[in-house]
Every structure is written in C-alpha cells, then in structure tokens.
Design a binder for this molecule. Structure first.
Ligand code: MEV
Length: 427
C-alpha cells in the first residue's frame, strides 16, 4: 500500500471503486468476490456460526480513506449503516495527515479472567493462601493452552480482590491475567478459569462460582494521538482558531457531563464499531469495555481529550480497552472479515487495535467539528435523504433525484419523498 489517499474515490462507479481498491491493496479476485454481490458470508457458512440460521444480514462496507497510522498508509474497511460516518472519518484523517497522521500504541494483550470464590470461612486467610500458591497456579494455567504458550502468550499474574460489601456479603475474586497474543481471548481465558477453579477450591476451602472473562479489559488498552494544524480547521467563514476552540469547548462539555459524554463516546464508537464489525470482531465486548472504562473514576466521562499545543494546533487523544483479535472466531470464517483484515495489512491484533482507535478519534473529531460549527444535520442531510428516498420506494437513478430535490427543499421526510417520486415517475 503506497497511499490511502484515493482522490475522487467516492465519485467512481462501484465497479471502478473496487478496481481501484484492488490495485491499491493488492486484492485478488477471490478477495473482491467477498465484497461483491452476492459474495461475503453464505447462508451455509452462517449455519456453522450460530443456531437456527435462516439467512444472513448485510451491512454497507465503506472504505475509510486518508489514514496514516504510525507512519503507515492504511485503507480502513468500515461496516456501518449510518450515513456520514465513513465520509467524516476520511475527511478528518485527511486533516490529521497534515500533522503526521495518527500515533498509536497498545499495552500487552492481557485479558482478565474472573473467578468468584464463595463460602470461604476466613476470606483474609484464604486471600493469603492464594498468594502463597501464586507460582503453582500460574504454572498450571500455562499448561492449559500449549499453542498460546508457544506463541509467547499465557498466564502473567494473579490478583486477589476482597469484595467486602455485596448483597450476599463478602467474597473473594481472583483475577487471572492472561496474555492472549493475537486472539480476542475470550475462549482461552474462560477455559483457563474453568480449569483453575478446582485448585482454587482446594486452596481456599471455598466454592468457585462464576468463571468468566471481564470485558473491562483495562490491561489491554489502545491509545492514540493526533495533531491537526490549526489552519487546516478553517472552512467557510470559520477561522481555524474558532473551530479549534469550539472543539475544545465541546469536549469540555463531555468531560464534565455524563449526558453529553454518552453521546460524545457514541460518536467515537461509530468509528470504532465500524472497523470492529468489518473485521468480524465482537463489538458488544468492545462497547462494554469502552463504557465501563469511561466510568472507571466512578463518574462516566469522555474517552477522548482535545486541547491546543504550544503552537496553537489542535491535539486529540483517545484511550480505551481494545480486545480485538485477528485469529479465531469470525475473523477467519467470514470471507468479508478476512478481506477486511487483508486490506489493512495488519500482522498483529495490536496493529488492528491501533487502527481502530485512530478511526474512533477521527470520527470523534468529525462529530465535534460539525457540532461546534454548522451543526450535524447539514452534513447528514444528503446521505440521509438517499436512505429516505430508498425507504419511500425509489430505486436506481431515482434515489439520487428524489434525494437531491428533498435536500434543495430542505425537507427530508418519507411522505415528501413519496410525493416527489410519484411526480418524477409520471413525467
Ligand atoms: C451520531 O451518530 C453521533 C454524534 O451524536 C456524536 C456526538 O454528538 O459527538 C454526532
């Protein structure tokens, strides 16, 4: 991949877009087939994935353009039904290019498995006993998954927590810290917890109840930063400084108020989830981790920050748990997910996580820039109008014609779309 800048991409007919993509990212005919109608996941394939299958459910797959993450040009597959997200992220990635793109890092891919220990006679003594057996327990956990061990993963640590107050009184919780390498890790962690439980019962004399991973994956964080030169923020009558300060004021609102923070973080998740879904990863896990992390201080707040540096440029950061994998699960069995991973050329789950947070930050910026200036509706209008036109029964070129008329009238409603469609069809 030499560049993720593909000027005019959005104006190309669909087939030419695919051709452009294939050239830019070295995609094969098979890869392209997974994107084309009726490619992707077959009903037969789906039947091996979940129960009671009767079909598949498709989403649009768009390409986030202009991204540079850690100096690498990357085309980002985004699966999402909401208009403006792909365009917004691509536009902000273009602005971020001028400041060197996105700089991202990840912590070790360590997940937390929880084991709840009930019916312990003396929780304090039991806690100490678990610590005394730490080395044995970790060694036992390391034998459970030889493949992971060979890849350099495995048990890293044990934490013992005393939950003093709960509706059923005090109990112990053991955290198994488990390095899952390039997997999302739920299966490996859940297996390890289930296998360790009898040993913990023997050590504590208690009863191990739940044995399950925590989605508050706060040991598996992805972090990203970008700088937008202030002059790049200017548009129409807005100076760069006005836009920059408006974005910082908008962020302050989210930092201080949970009602706003929920929406602000939803904007981040518009970008994050789109890539998580495109790559066949578990977006519920990512959502759960994100919002729990946003509330870690006891008060729900923004996952991102926005401020100005000494040169007056806008600087954004985002930090959140990012439990994604590139091996196992749907990432390998879903043909489109495979192509999505290939498109990004990621060799590790960490690289994927770094791209995902870059898209989250770009998407956050797109929303704040619009909200802090002209408002969100203007940008939404034309794409939204196309959806409304389609919902009113327009197809083919009629979609554009009906949508264009609604936008020019400033009325985007299904009843108006139906009227326009009738008028145009009878011409
Ligand atoms: C809409 O999907 C997302 C926004 O509401 C995010 C935000 O308000 O920051 C525009």
């Amino acid at each position: 991949m030499t560049t993720s800048r593909l000027p005019g991409f959005y104006n190309l007919p669909l087939d030419e877009r695919l051709e452009r993509l294939a050239q830019a990212a070295d995609l094969t005919a098979d890869d392209l087939a997974s994107l084309r109608d009726p490619g992707g996941l077959t009903v037969k394939g789906a039947d091996h994935m979940v129960e009671n299958v009767v079909g598949t459910h498709n989403l649009p797959l768009g390409i986030g353009l202009n991204f540079i993450v850690n100096g690498r040009e990357v085309l980002v597959p985004m699966a999402i039904e909401e208009p403006s997200v792909v365009a917004g992220a691509s536009f902000m990635a273009k602005l971020a290019r001028a400041g060197g793109g996105f700089h991202a890092t990840t912590s070790a891919p360590e997940m937390i498995g929880q084991m709840q220990i009930l019916d312990v006679a003396d929780v304090h003594a039991a806690r100490m006993a678990i610590h005394e057996h730490r080395a044995d327990l970790l060694a036992a956990a390391n034998e459970i998954d030889p493949v992971l061990k060979k890849l350099g993963g495995g048990a890293r640590d044990l934490e013992v927590r005393l939950i003093e107050h709960s509706p059923i009184g005090a109990f112990l919780v053991v955290h198994l810290i488990y390095d899952v390498r390039d997997a999302m890790g739920a299966n490996a962690v859940n297996t390890a917890c289930e296998r360790l439980a009898p040993r913990l019962e023997a050590i504590t004399g208690g009863r191990v109840h739940l044995r399950i991973l925590s989605n508050l994956a706060d040991r598996r964080l992805a972090r990203v930063r970008c700088t937008i030169p202030v002059e790049k923020l200017a548009f129409d009558d807005y100076t760069g400084k006005v836009v920059r300060d408006g974005i910082i004021e908008a962020w302050a609102f989210a930092a201080a108020d949970p009602y706003r923070a929920a929406t602000h973080n939803k904007g981040i998740m518009n970008g994050v989830d789109a890539v998580v879904i495109a790559t066949g990863n578990d977006w519920r896990a990512i959502e759960a981790g994100a919002h729990a992390y946003a509330a870690r201080s006891g008060r729900y707040t923004s996952l991102s920050t926005w401020g100005a540096d000494a040169a007056g440029d806008l600087v954004g950061t985002l930090e959140m748990p990012m439990a994604v994998g590139i091996v196992g699960g749907a990432t390998k069995v879903h043909p489109t997910a495979r192509t999505a991973l290939k498109l990004m050329g990621v060799a590790t789950a960490a690289e994927l996580a770094e791209i995902i947070v870059a898209v989250g930050l770009a998407q956050n910026l797109a929303a704040l820039r619009a909200l802090a200036t002209e408002g969100i509706q203007r940008g939404h209008m034309s794409l939204h109008a196309r959806q409304v036109a389609t919902a009113a029964g327009a197809s083919g070129e009629m979609v554009e014609r009906v949508a264009a008329q609604m936008v020019s009238e400033g009325i985007v409603r299904i009843d108006r779309a139906a009227e326009i469609l009738r008028a145009l069809s009878s011409q």
